[in-house]
Write a protein that binds this ligand. Structure first.
Ligand code: NAI
Length: 729
């Protein structure tokens, strides 16, 4: 196997048009610049340079892909073989003109190599970019020094600090590539190379240039720093990228390279780079789903989907309809009344129009959506997504109807955010075809899709939902059936602690600030105001925690076997539902207002509430806020792993990064726990549980305790640990 790989990895050499050496980077699937490829390239390039008959050199990539960059796996080990910096220097210093023929992509190290070439010819469909920052790194083979010397400082900064990939036509506009063709880029590069033989090359060597700067470069860089600080949400790589680009302005090329290396080493050993790389691999791993029955992504086929239906055109149904149509699947959209149908249709058509303007859709979208009140029209669909109110009896009624109306092999999906999939399936004649597809709002934008299997769900239904996720360009994660599934079950504890903190003495501004400093784009109370407090209120009612169906036996601040905070219910009862009513945890200038301001009423109310219920106010510090909000959520993650509701910590982390805006540079809750150290998480949970014995969810899970007792093994081994630990029971 290693030998086959080694044989496949090479910089192949051939001659074209007599005097042109063509070097083809070959390392499937995307020609990453691994150690073997670098070694081979070093030899091949020297051969081309030494051959007196060769007058120009063209570098291209095998299989229509120039180069996908460095081999990420090498970051974890020791670097060996020739360095990319040295190879690119050889290329740039070559006395013979070197032309990059970019097809497919030139990313990261691939683009750095192309920048070392004297000219760049790209195919129209190729993409270029420096994605290093998204892995917690920076372009460290001269990219941060050469790009600013080639294009404007503004564009270089933007591309390096965001990792945005751009198309070849945009790269041409910015000056990154010299020519773009919709024909064969390699043929064009060979012709071009022949034409420039003998022409002077000095001006084409980017290391010899100075970085062109705007007039007041100092204040330009200061402003850029302020803006990056604001948007990076605590990530250090974008700031390091800025420092590297700054060096290209104030230092010589060699000094700049040195700075680039220093910064790279600092980033490489930081926890953030580890977290981001973990997240990169975790995202890929979610595709390889498995079920306890032994069914996996490998041994199960998905059903083809020709037509789908969506039932309920509220907040979620509208987004789901758009997401399906964007994926090329025609939709029959169903509502319960004419007024709701018309309202849904108007919004959906305008959403589709917007997507069309963004070039995400073709004109045919108008024919892809049909609107009806008649469930009988669903006979011909292959899949239905139900998105009606979160109410079990309503959902059961709908599924019963679907069961008799749809074809016997239609996949029946529910978008419920908390309800039991199996209970819903129980009213159908095809429970094996019932599967949860939990979208996140707005459904046509948010990347996450939790795919939930019940005890009777067939692997085919799961495979079809996962394939649909991919078709909609979403990240699907397969999870088991329990209240709230993975994401909401954990989130409930995060929100609950935030309410308890208010009761104990904190204010929403304080809690939100700590969470935003951690890296969430918005604190929990701002999120609650934005989504509407009534979403959670309705769920609480449905669960019998409050409202007319409240289960008897609890007390005002003690329900369902633990401490309960009725703060959210009280606000909802008074009509304070968040942004839409102009008041929630914060105050807004008007209903529908977006800017949260100090809510004097709430602050007075909290004081009165504490007094009324005899709650001793205490100072709530930053550490307590972060630990009380995050550790119970993490603790629930351990319960979920132990119960095998999630197959791996990676699955939980991906759910949090893509569905709950967990800062990616902290990997996800489970990776974060491993970074903080499991013994610390355990100690803190024990500590808070001792102080608050009436909050049972603060009690550490047995899995967490066992992992700590076994020396806190690395996160990658938890899966095996759980299997072994479960089999011993
Ligand atoms: P919504 O209240 O905005 O919309 C529900 C829609 O269903 C309404 O337009 C209503 O007219 C329609 N409907 C009710 N009964 C119907 C029937 N018999 N036939 C056809 N249409 C019917 O609710 P939303 O927020 O869209 O939630 C829908 C589902 O998605 C719920 O199960 C909810 O828990 C879940 N969900 C909601 C999220 C959110 O952020 N709003 C996120 C993820 C899941």
């Amino acid at each position: 196997m290693t030998q086959t790989l080694a044989a496949a990895t090479m910089a192949a050499y051939r001659r074209a048009a007599g005097c042109i050496a063509v070097i083809t980077l070959t390392n499937p699937p995307v020609n990453t610049l691994s150690y073997l490829l670098r070694e081979s390239f070093y030899e091949t390039f020297r051969r081309a340079n030494a051959d007196a008959e060769v007058k120009a050199i063209v570098i291209c990539g095998a299989d229509g892909k120039f180069c996908g960059g460095a081999d990420i796996k090498e970051f974890a080990g020791k670097f060996s073989g020739p360095s990319l910096v040295a190879l690119i220097d050889d290329v740039e210093q070559s006395k013979k003109p070197v032309v990059a023929a970019i097809e497919g992509m030139a990313l990261g190290g691939g683009l750095e190599l192309a920048l070392g070439c004297h000219y760049r010819i790209a195919h129209t469909k190729a993409q270029v970019g420096f994605p290093e920052v998204t892995l917690g790194l920076l372009p460290a083979a001269g990219g941060s020094q050469r790009l600013p010397r080639l294009i404007t400082l503004t564009s270089a900064l933007e591309l390096i600090t965001t990792g945005r990939r751009i198309s070849a036509p945009e790269a041409l506009k910015l000056g990154i590539v010299d020519k773009v063709t919709d024909k064969n880029a390699l043929d064009m590069a060979i012709d071009f190379a022949r034409d420039i033989i003998g022409k002077p090359l000095e001006s084409r060597r980017l290391s010899l240039r100075t970085t062109p700067c705007p007039p007041d470069v100092e204040s330009f860089l200061d402003e850029a720093l302020a803006s990056i600080r604001k948007h990076s949400r605590g990530a250090i790589a974008p700031l390091a990228c800025l420092q590297a680009v700054r060096a290209s302005v104030y230092s010589t090329f060699d000094e700049g390279l040195k700075k680039e290396q220093e910064l790279f080493k600092m980033l490489l050993t930081s926890g953030q780079a580890r977290a981001l790389q973990y997240s990169f691999f975790a995202q890929r791993a979610t595709k390889k789903w498995s079920m306890p029955s032994g069914a996996t992504w490998k041994n199960t086929s998905a059903r083809p989907l020709r037509k789908a239906a969506v039932i309920g055109l509220g907040t979620m149904g509208r987004g789901i309809t758009v997401a399906l149509i964007k994926a090329g699947i025609p939709v029959i959209a169903v509502e319960m009344g004419l007024k709701q149908l018309e309202a849904g249709k108007t919004v959906i058509m305008s959403m589709l129009e917007k997507e069309f303007k963004k070039k995400q859709l073709t004109k045919a979208y108008r024919e892809m959506a049909a609107f009806t009140l008649d469930l009988a029209k669903l006979q011909e669909v292959d899949l239905v997504v139900e998105a009606v109110f979160e109410n079990m009896s309503l959902k059961k009624q709908i599924f019963q109807q679907l069961s008799s109306l749809c074809s016997a092999d239609a996949i029946l999906c529910t978008n419920t955010s908390t309800l039991d999939i199996d209970e819903i399936a129980s009213v159908t004649t095809t429970p094996h075809l019932v599967v949860g597809m939990h979208f996140f709002a707005p459904a046509h934008v948010m990347k996450l899709l939790e795919v939930i299997y019940g005890p009777r769900t067939s692997p085919t239904a799961v495979a079809t939902a996962m394939q649909l996720a991919q078709q909609m360009e979403k990240v699907g994660v397969v999870v088991g059936n329990c209240n709230g599934f993975v994401g909401n079950r954990m989130f409930k504890l995060y929100a609950e602690q935030a309410y308890f903190l208010l009761e104990e003495g904190a204010i929403p501004e304080q809690v939100d600030q700590v969470l935003e400093d951690f890296g969430f784009p918005m604190g929990i109370f701002k999120v609650s105001d934005l989504s509407g407090l009534d979403i959670e209120w309705k769920i609480r009612q449905e669960q019998g925690l409050t409202g007319p169906k409240q289960i008897p036996g609890g007390s005002f601040r003690h329900r369902a076997g633990g401490r309960y905070s009725p703060l959210l219910d009280i606000l909802c009862e008074r009509g304070y539902l968040g942004q839409k009513t102009g008041q929630g945890w914060y105050l807004y200038e008007k209903p529908g207002g977006r800017v949260p301001t100090f809510n004097l009423w709430l602050h007075k109310f909290l004081e009165e509430y504490r007094e009324l219920h005899g709650i001793q106010k205490h100072y709530v510090g930053q550490d307590e806020i972060l630990e009380r909000c995050l550790y119970p959520l993490i603790n629930m993650g351990f319960h979920i792993l132990e119960e095998r509701i999630a197959a791996s910590p990676e699955d939980i982390d991906i759910i949090y990064v893509f569905g709950y805006s967990w800062p990616r540079h902290w990997g996800g809750p489970m990776f974060y726990a491993s970074m903080v150290g499991l013994p610390r998480v355990l100690d803190k949970l024990n500590y808070y549980h001792e102080i608050h014995p009436d909050i049972p969810t603060l009690e550490p899970s047995s899995l967490l305790k066992k992992l700590v007792a076994n020396g806190s093994p690395p996160i990658g081994t938890w899966g095996a640990f759980i299997k072994e630990h479960n089999s011993k029971l």
